[in-house]
Design a protein around this ligand. Structure first.
Ligand code: GDP
Ligand code: CA
Length: 385
């Protein structure tokens, strides 16, 4: 992924605003310190599975780090938390590295769709049928914007959801980083109490854009392609504006290097996980971590459960199969969970350990079982090392 490198006026303003340090930042730092993990050292973890057992015995937290996009990632994480809460070998700390490539500035407000989906899902405020946005939502503000003829009109902005974007934009404008803002939003949704830390992949403003395969190539924001065009317009390539300047957000690389387990939920492999992997240092940290890296396929029977992951894969020249998705992670993946419908092909073609497990997250319990299977695989890898 490369940047299209053009000047981006809203981003420039956002970056300038982020230079100021506000009083709210100082207040926030105290709570961040309280979230620090306790655990074993990296050298110890390389010595094998016994250390994991020792952590449990000593009451140290097992550190799980997950990369995540929006709906698929959030549902998996809610299942993971559900599973962990029912184990008797706790505590477990979960660090989530969220995709910010979907971020967009609308009506002067910074919107982070994937981070918000994770906050609302883990915090119990999500519209469950939809998988994103708020439950019991209304759209009065958007109706008023439409009455003014304001554009764009294709991106749903509920009234409750708008409060998140307003407060985020205010805090960013006061000079807080996106990590700091996200930690404050996470408090409102009870993530620290759940021992979940949500980190944006980077504090640098980045945006995934789609270069359309038209006679006159032009780029549109990823959201316009995904939401307005329903991912139907042919793609020449994805570019991530701002990625050339991006640095991993504080804690991101350490969370991968110092994890006991790294999980890849069934998020979109191209525009969610693929974007996070493009943040400088993330892929190297995954290659170098002593933790087992276990992924869950987002495809069942060669099709995405929802969304347009197949169109994204085709656009980057990768066939839409579970085995091919594992191939995108081949340099750091230790094990891959596939649905039984994909087991034959995957077991033959994936060079890492492939295990089959029903992968439909039809309920929190079903997602919990999938998360439990992924952790079980990680534990068996650690024990055998
Ligand atoms: P988005 O940012 O909202 O598109 O969400 P993600 O990138 O986190 O996840 C999107 C992916 O989740 C899609 O490719 C879906 O196929 C996958 N997904 C959604 N629900 C399920 C499910 O129940 N099981 C599996 N295995 N994948 C799912
Ligand atoms: Ca997304």
């Amino acid at each position: 992924m490369t940047s299209c490198g053009r000047g981006y006026a809203p981003m420039a303003r956002y970056r300038a605003a982020a230079a100021e340090i506000s009083a709210a930042t100082a207040a926030f730092r105290g709570t961040w310190a309280d979230m620090r993990h306790v655990g074993s050292g990296a050298a110890g973890r390389r010595n094998g599975g016994w250390l994991w057992a020792a952590c449990t015995w000593l009451g140290w937290a097992m550190r799980i780090t997950a990369l995540a996009g929006g709906v698929g990632g959030a549902r998996f994480l809610r299942g993971l938390r559900h599973h962990l809460d029912r184990r008797d070998d706790g505590p477990h700390d979960v660090t989530v590295i969220g995709n910010t490539g979907d971020d967009i500035t609308l009506f002067g407000l910074r919107v982070c769709p994937d981070l918000d989906t994770i906050l609302y899902t883990l915090g119990g405020g999500v519209h469950d049928g939809q998988g994103w946005g708020r439950a019991d939502e209304s759209h009065r503000v958007q109706e008023e914007l439409l009455a003014y003829g304001a554009t764009p009109d294709w991106f749903a902005l509920g009234d409750l959801d708008l409060a998140t974007h307003i407060v985020r934009s205010q805090w960013l404008g006061q000079g807080m980083s996106l990590s700091e803002v996200t930690a404050l939003l996470a408090q409102r949704w009870g993530l620290p109490e759940q021992r979940v830390r949500l980190l944006p992949m980077t504090d640098t403003p980045v945006e995934t854009h789609v270069v359309l395969a038209e006679e006159e190539p032009r780029a549109v924001h990823f959201q316009e392609w995904w939401v307005r065009m329903q991912a139907a317009a042919p793609v020449e390539r994805f570019v991530v504006a701002g990625m050339d300047r991006a640095v991993a957000a504080p804690g991101v690389l350490d969370a991968l290097r110092e994890a006991d387990v790294v999980l890849l939920p069934p998020s979109n492999p191209v525009v969610s996980i693929g974007i996070i992997l493009g943040v400088p240092g993330v892929r190297d940290a995954l290659r170098g971590t002593a933790a087992p890296v276990v992924g869950v396929s987002p495809l069942i029977g060669g099709r995405p459960v929802r969304g347009h992951a197949d169109a994204c894969l085709t656009a980057i020249g990768v066939e839409p199969t579970s085995a091919a998705v594992a191939g995108l992670y081949a340099d750091f993946l230790d094990a891959w969970l596939v649905d039984p419908t994909d087991a034959d092909v995957a077991v033959q073609r994936v060079r890492v350990e492939a295990h089959s497990e029903p992968l439909l997250m039809s309920s929190v319990e079903a997602a919990g079982a999938i998360a439990g299977a992924a952790l079980g695989l990680a534990e068996s890898i650690r024990t055998s090392r």
